[in-house]
Design a protein around this ligand. Structure first.
Ligand SMILES: C[C@@]1(CC(=O)O)C2=NC(=C\c3[nH]c(c(CCC(=O)O)c3CC(=O)O)Cc3[nH]c(c(CC(=O)O)c3CCC(=O)O)/C=C3\N/C(=C\2)[C@@H](CCC(=O)O)[C@]3(C)CC(=O)O)/[C@H]1CCC(=O)O
Ligand SMILES: NC(=O)c1ccc[n+]([C@@H]2O[C@H](COP(=O)([O-])OP(=O)(O)OC[C@H]3O[C@@H](n4cnc5c(N)ncnc54)[C@H](O)[C@@H]3O)[C@@H](O)[C@H]2O)c1
Length: 238
């Protein structure tokens, strides 16, 4: 059956691949890009390919990547054990055989040269600590996905890493202080009005200041308190 890629309503999700086996068939530029992002996500990556890029060879030397230096054939254990399978050879026919085998084993498989037949596709991403922004064009133009990613990299700079760490701590503190869910949601909303980003950008986020912020929140975890803390932060910016 020919799948029309226009009709695919992709479901976005963030997969936890820590310690999970993933198999990439092929050792070229596409395989290398997929291996890099999988390693960053903590996956256990096995590449199946008679030859692979210099970068992948060096990951193999460093023990970061397992390599099966063979051409793909049905029944390979790396495929059978994989959570995700990447068919990234330069042969449409071989990629299709990989897809069919992986699907018959119930795996999610992506095919480098067959977007509509893929069980998932990989987005362009911006990582800033806990902030993860993923961009997809549904395969219409990966170059545009990359361009949008680069624009987002400017908007969401490295300060978002500290910002989200701080917000997570504040959120946990407020969850422990404010029992009423409705009030808590309002408090979170008001917290977002604080110009913590500006504060972090100026390099003001020091341990002593952070302690004072947490003390102030602990003393007045109320709607009025949040507004006052916002003004106090503003005062530090000028
Ligand atoms: C985002 C990124 C993630 C990653 O790979 O890690 C990614 N491709 C990237 C770059 C890129 N890929 C290509 C170019 C050359 C310019 C161009 O063709 O536009 C560039 C740009 C460059 O290299 O500068 C060529 C290309 N890509 C696909 C095909 C096959 C086809 O179209 O059939 C062809 C050959 C077309 C041909 O030869 O005709 C297919 C896919 N590529 C996807 C992802 C998925 C959809 C993403 C989306 O939803 O938009 C999808 C469907 C499947 C998948 O691979 O998951 C990564 C950017 C990483 C970064 O952020 O830097
Ligand atoms: N999805 C994407 O982002 C994207 C981007 C560019 C190109 N592509 C498509 O993906 C394909 C791969 O692109 P590339 O630039 O990595 O190609 P490449 O030529 O650099 O690499 C192909 C790799 O496949 C390996 N290979 C060939 N036959 C094999 C077999 N039987 N078993 C295992 N490995 C085998 C080769 O050893 C080589 O390492 C291209 O044909 C292109 O159509 C996809």
């Amino acid at each position: 059956m020919t799948i029309n890629s226009d009709s695919i309503a992709y479901y976005p999700l963030f997969a936890n691949l820590t310690g999970k086996a993933c198999a990439i068939v092929g050792g070229g530029a596409v395989a290398e890009r997929k291996a890099a992002s999988l390693l960053e996500a903590g996956a256990l990556v096995t590449v199946i390919s008679p030859a692979c890029s210099a970068q992948m060879e060096s990951w193999v030397q460093q023990g970061k990547l397992a390599l099966v230096r063979e051409g793909y054939r049905a029944g390979m254990s790396a495929v059978a054990q994989a959570t995700l399978v990447f068919a990234a050879t330069d042969s449409y026919e071989i990629n299709e055989s990989i897809r069919l085998e992986a699907e018959s084993l119930g795996k999610l498989v992506t095919v480098a040269d067959h977007t509509a037949g893929s069980g998932f596709i990989v987005p362009a991403v911006v990582r800033r600590g806990r902030l993860l922004i993923a961009v997809s064009t549904g395969g219409a133009s990966p170059a545009v996905a990359k361009k949008i990613k680069q624009e987002l990299e400017h908007t969401f700079g490295s300060e978002y890493e500290d910002y989200l760490d701080l917000l997570q701590e504040l959120r946990l503190l407020i969850q422990s202080l404010v029992g009423n869910t409705v009030v808590r949601q309002h408090v979170f909303k008001l917290m977002l009005e604080w110009d913590l980003i500006g504060f972090i950008r100026l390099g003001h986020l020091k341990a002593a200041w952070k302690r004072e912020l947490f003390d102030r929140v602990t003393q007045t975890p109320t709607l009025d308190g949040m507004v006052r803390i916002g003004l106090w932060i503003q005062g530090h910016l000028h």
